[in-house]
Every structure is written in structure tokens, then in C-alpha cells.
Design a protein around this ligand. Structure first.
Ligand SMILES: Nc1ncnc2c1ncn2[C@@H]1O[C@H](COP(=O)(O)OP(=O)(O)OP(=O)(O)O)[C@@H](O)[C@H]1O
Ligand SMILES: [Mg+2]
Length: 340
């Protein structure tokens, strides 16, 4: 295979061995992604985003995680041209946001759901945006329906709850049918049904081949929603990997064993190098340092009757805490005392 770059953002694969019977190779839009390159932002003497480099790809949900004050919103604002980088750059489709033709049709963003003019109705707000961006008027009712606001579309947005404002914010983001979605804590204020709803919407948008970049503090939810993670702390990149890899790298996994002869088995497992914890019910052991296969072999050797061997995987929350605990800027006094 040889590769020929045709212009910024387009790379076409050409097979040198493929004859006339071969279907033409699919073109891959290399720049169909967000590219963050050495992005840095100083506020006065403070560096709040520090030489960040990563890419956000289409077709998957990428979760953007970090403790309070890590620099997530500032990064998103720089991608959207709302904050000027001190150095480095953020590119969408290989371009800066301000150079995009008809940006609302390329990137949809939900940063602060409360910025809407409170005296305007949801429909009027969307209609104004559609008109000023040369978008079809019919799209307004489509997105209202999509976010479940049709019934209250005539109400003033000032009367909306936080969750309803988030839904309206998502409607704005989707108005131009964009290929990129940047969502800053879209689950903030949503009820449980709303959280499931937004999870499904994000997954569906990604499955359609769009690029979905979403920040959230709801880690259990992110574990269900995101395929890929970009984790930052104190403005620096901590991880850029799949959710599974992040958990496997950072959270402790163990194996729970339920057996009839726990005493005999426990001694044998300790001799084999396992680190054991007897669980509260007294009927099971938690084993660190040995694989399920090794435990099975030891059990067979000592003739222990095993009822269950169960792999316990660490959670995203546990992995996140481990990887970011040294960088926490904002945590409660009570936590500090406990730590002392
Ligand atoms: N306009 C500004 N002027 C000065 N400092 C700012 C400004 N905007 C953000 N900051 C600071 O930059 C740091 C990063 O803020 P940012 O809002 O990007 O964090 P975040 O990761 O989005 O946090 P959270 O999870 O709380 O939303 C914070 O310490 C914040 O106080
Ligand atoms: Mg933020």
C-alpha cells in the first residue's frame, strides 16, 4: 500500500497490487478529527492548560475527564475559538474554528446551558439561530422533538429547570446537523431518565460517524458511555487511551474465590504468592497477585472444592482517583484531615 496526501485532511490509500477486479479503496479523511497540538493557556502567571496534545476521532465517544479546575472547559473554549491559546493550536478538520465555513454545520457545542436569553421561548431562540446561520426552519422542530422539548417549546427559557436548559443546549448544538459535538458536562442537572437519554443520544451520534467529545464528572456514566478517554489534571495530559486500558492500567483487579475448604486453599494460595483477604461473610477470599488460572491450578493440586472463581475489575472511578489524587486542587478540609 502506498499513501498519497492529496490536500490537508485527505489521504487516499492506493493499492499497488490491486487489479481491475478490486473495489476502489475507501478514502480516509485523516483530518476528520479534532487535533490538539501543544495547547497552552496562561491566565496571568498561572498556566491552566499546559502543552496538551491529543486527537479526538470520529465514530466513538471520547470522554474528557479531570478534577475541578483541571482545564477541561478552557480547552473546549480554545477549540471553539472563545479563548485564545497562549501557544499551540486546536484544529477541527485541519482548520482553526474561526476559519471553518459555516461553523454551526461543522461543530455543535454545549458549554454553558444557562447563557440563553431568558425572555425568549425555546422555539424563538432556535428559530433565531437557524435564520442567522442560514439553516432550514424545519430543523427547529426536528431538534425540539429530538431533545423532548416540543411540548414546552413556546415557554420562556427563563422558566426552564437546569435539565430542560441542558436539553435546549443540546438542541442548539444539534441544529446545524454537525459532524463534531463538544459537550461540556451535558449530564449536569439531568434526572436519571435524562442521563440514560443523553447517553443513548451520544452513542447514536458517534455510531453515525460523528466525533463526540464530552466532559463529565459522572464516572460510572462515562464508563458506560465513552469508548475512549482523555484525562487531564492541573492542565496536563494524564491518559489518552480506551476506557478498558485506563481501568486495567490504574485500578486494582482481584479475584474472588468461594470454596468449601477455604483454610486449606488459603494456605496453598499464600504459598503460591497470593495476597489474601478473607471476605466479611467468611465464605470467600479475595486474592491479589494470582490469575484465575493459577488459582484453579492450586485448587486442583490441593483437592479443594471450588464453587466460584470471579474476576473483580476495578471501576473507572477508582482508576480516576488513583491517577489524579496527587494533583487535586480543590478538595474538602475534612478530606485533608483524614489524609493527615
Ligand atoms: N477567565 C479566566 N480567568 C482566570 N482564570 C480562569 C479563567 N477561566 C478559567 N480560569 C481558571 O483556569 C482553571 C481551569 O478552569 P476550567 O474551568 O477550565 O476547569 P475545568 O476542568 O473545566 O473544571 P470543572 O470540572 O470545575 O468545570 C481554573 O483554576 C480556573 O479558575
Ligand atoms: Mg468545566
Amino acid at each position: 500500500m502506498s499513501r498519497v496526501a492529496t490536500r490537508v485532511g485527505l489521504v487516499v490509500s492506493i493499492s499497488s497490487v490491486c487489479g481491475a477486479m478490486c473495489a476502489p479503496p475507501p478514502a480516509r479523511r485523516l483530518a476528520d478529527m479534532i487535533q490538539i497540538q501543544n495547547l497552552t493557556k496562561d491566565f496571568g502567571s498561572r498556566t491552566v492548560v499546559d502543552s496538551l496534545s491529543f486527537e479526538v476521532r470520529p465514530g466513538v465517544v471520547t470522554g474528557f475527564l479531570g478534577p475541578n479546575g483541571a482545564g477541561k472547559s478552557t480547552t473546549m473554549r480554545m477549540i471553539l475559538g472563545l479563548d485564545r491559546p497562549t501557544s499551540g493550536q486546536a484544529l477541527i478538520d485541519g482548520m482553526r474554528y474561526r476559519d471553518l465555513p459555516r461553523p454551526l454545520t461543522v461543530v455543535g457545542a454545549l458549554l454553558d446551558a444557562r447563557w440563553v436569553h431568558g425572555q425568549r421561548s425555546a422555539r424563538a431562540h432556535l428559530a433565531w439561530l437557524a435564520a442567522s446561520n442560514d439553516l432550514p426552519r424545519g430543523r427547529v422542530d426536528e431538534v425540539l422533538d429530538l431533545v423532548g422539548l416540543t411540548e414546552v417549546a413556546g415557554n420562556k427559557t427563563g422558566s426552564f429547570s437546569l435539565g430542560m436548559s441542558q436539553r435546549l443546549g443540546l438542541a442548539v448544538a444539534l441544529l446545524g446537523d454537525p459532524r463534531y459535538l463538544l459537550l461540556d458536562e451535558p449530564d449536569n442537572g439531568l434526572d436519571p431518565e435524562g442521563i440514560v437519554w443523553i447517553r443513548r443520544i451520544m452513542k447514536r451520534l458517534a455510531a453515525q460517524g460523528r466525533t463526540v467529545f464530552v466532559s463529565s464528572h459522572l464516572l460510572a456514566e462515562m464508563a458506560l458511555t465513552a469508548d475512549h478517554l482523555v484525562v487531564i489534571a492541573a492542565g496536563r495530559l494524564i491518559a489518552d487511551m480506551s476506557v478498558q486500558a485506563f481501568i486495567a492500567d490504574s485500578a486494582i483487579s482481584s479475584i474472588r474465590v468461594r470454596a468449601r475448604d477455604l483454610g486449606v486453599l488459603g494456605e496453598a494460595l499464600t504459598s503460591a504468592g497470593g495476597d489474601l483477604e478473607r471476605l466479611e461473610d467468611g465464605l470467600a477470599l479475595r486474592v491479589h497477585g494470582l490469575s484465575a488460572e493459577q488459582i484453579g491450578e492450586v485448587a486442583a493440586r490441593v483437592g479443594a472444592v471450588v464453587y466460584e472463581i470471579y474476576e473483580e475489575h476495578g471501576s473507572l472511578e477508582e482508576a480516576f482517583m488513583r491517577r489524579t489524587e496527587d494533583t487535586l486542587q480543590y478538595h474538602s478540609a475534612a478530606e485533608s484531615k483524614v489524609a493527615v
